[in-house]
Design a protein around this ligand. Sequence first.
Ligand code: SAH
Length: 242
Amino acid sequence: MIIRLTKLSNACLVVLITLLLATTCISKAQDFNRLREKMVEDQIARRGIKSKPVLEAMRKVERHKFVPRNVIDGAYNDHPLPIGEGQTISQPYIVAFMTEALALKPTDRVLEIGTGSGYQAAILGEIAEEVYTIEIVEVLGQRSDSLLKKIGYQNIFVRIGDGYLGWPEAAPFDAIIVTCSPSKIPQPLQDQLKDGGRMMIPVGDTFTQELVLLVKEKDKLKRQSRLPVRFVPMRDSSGKRY
Ligand code: SAH
């Protein structure tokens, strides 16, 4: 009798703990949904981002899934976050600003240099037809590739390699976004941009860079300076900054 009661109370305890864990997970997910909504209102829309597809993508993509566990509570904060290997995921506003400036159409094919956490690629994947993204740090590239697959993106292709060289087999691209900073605009990326194509790239020295929008018209690049920024450097495979 006593043994039966113990078994019963053990079973009850397991059910109770499971219920408690499930409730905690649900309320945590609801917290993240609220924080994401607030991030879009306060940091993105209020600062002047108007593009509907960009706002929708920022509302949909669960940024907390792209950051390491130890910084997950800051996933929706107004600043960049470390993602390991000395690299960072950009501030949400910068992701939105760069994406809006690319003026993407649903049929566009986009190249991203610097996959990092995969978050920017996911935002692009919500808006454009195909996203090709290159990461030079193998562990980051592999992690993002499996995360993006797990979430279900079938239109995002991750390559591990040196993004300076672009992705010639998939070129030309309607848009190119560079999320690491070289001192000059890489020639291969200029060559792989379609006529009428747009490129967003942070150029400058290690500490002061400007976010530049380039529009290709009849093989010439028209350049507009948009924002002072600071991105991690674009490096070659030996670690030297481009
Ligand atoms: N877009 C990313 C931000 C990543 S930070 C995100 O949403 O999280 C910039 C990334 O560029 C880093 O992961 C860094 O390793 C990568 N990087 C630096 N030089 C590179 C190069 N030559 N080719 C490809 N990726 C590079």
